[in-house]
Write a protein that binds this ligand. Structure first.
Ligand code: MN
Length: 263
């Protein structure tokens, strides 16, 4: 069941067990530890942090890809949950998610199954790294940065410090280097397309393509940095509460009290 003296690295994604980016990430993970791969049996991009509570899950070995590869009939989060609590003989030291073909920048982190799987890793107690590259880029362009980050994450996890990191790498491989970034503003050409089925009933496609990312040199957010050709590393936290709770206490006390007697 693997060498317990080496770190255990769980690899997952939202693009499914056959995705090229998953194999690339599993191969680089094997340079640093024992690897278990658990990924959705089909593509489940955009599944965010969805968990299957009202349907069962099937997990099947996928020996055509590797010895400890499992394909699960669920969401990315289902895969990490099942792997951490059942398939892995111990809690993974690190969860890697990706490599996703397409950036996960700004508010994408709320929709992304790639980030969802990584976030679930942190919730389960493991440091986690989500890895995405520019659409149409080879997943390999992210590998220099993954090789830079993984040993550091493993060393810090061993000392009890865990992180959730979101890495985005441009097509050129972030030749300018890696920069820390806040979430920026990802823009899409939002649209709803209404169609008609054979019975004459309406159905819809939602979600237009992303708008081009500008390379504004003053924009140091993740969107701005990848637009300038940097790779961007965004540290994420679970707690998304607004920073100043005091403002909200004042906001409540200055609002009318619904329990006060009405005239
Ligand atoms: Mn995806």
């Amino acid at each position: 069941m693997g060498d317990v003296s080496r770190p255990l690295i769980l690899v997952s994604n939202d693009d499914g067990i056959r995705a090229p980016g998953l194999r690339v990430l599993a191969e680089v993970a094997a340079e640093f530890g024992e690897v278990l791969v658990c990924a959705p049996n089909e593509e489940r991009s955009g599944f965010s942090h969805a968990i299957s509570l009202r349907s069962s899950l099937r997990s099947e070995r996928a020996p055509e890809f590797g010895e400890r590869w499992y394909a699960v009939s669920g969401t990315p989060v289902d895969c990490v949950y099942l792997a951490c609590l059942h398939l892995c003989e111990r809690l993974p030291d690190l969860v890697l998610s990706g490599v996703n073909p397409g950036y996960n920048l700004g508010a994408d982190v709320f929709y992304s199954g790639t980030v969802g799987a990584a976030r679930e890793g942190l919730l389960r107690g493991s440091s986690s790294l989500a890895v995405s590259v520019q659409a149409d880029a080879k997943p390999e362009v992210a590998l220099p940065f993954v090789r830079q980050l993984v040993p550091r994450l493993l060393a810090e996890a061993k000392a009890g410090t865990r992180h959730l990191l979101n890495l985005n790498v441009p097509r050129e491989g972030g030749t300018k280097g890696l920069r820390a970034a806040r979430l920026g503003h990802r823009r899409y050409r939002d649209q709803v397309a209404e169609r008609e089925d054979l019975a004459g009933r309406s159905y819809f496609w939602i979600g237009g393509p992303p708008a081009p990312i500008s390379g504004d040199p003053d924009d140091e957010s993740d969107t701005g940095l990848v637009g300038q050709g940097y790779a961007a590393l965004t540290p994420l936290e679970i707690d998304i509460t607004a920073p100043d709770l005091g403002d909200w206490a004042a906001w409540i006390s200055s609002s009318s009290d619904p329990s006060a007697p009405q005239d």
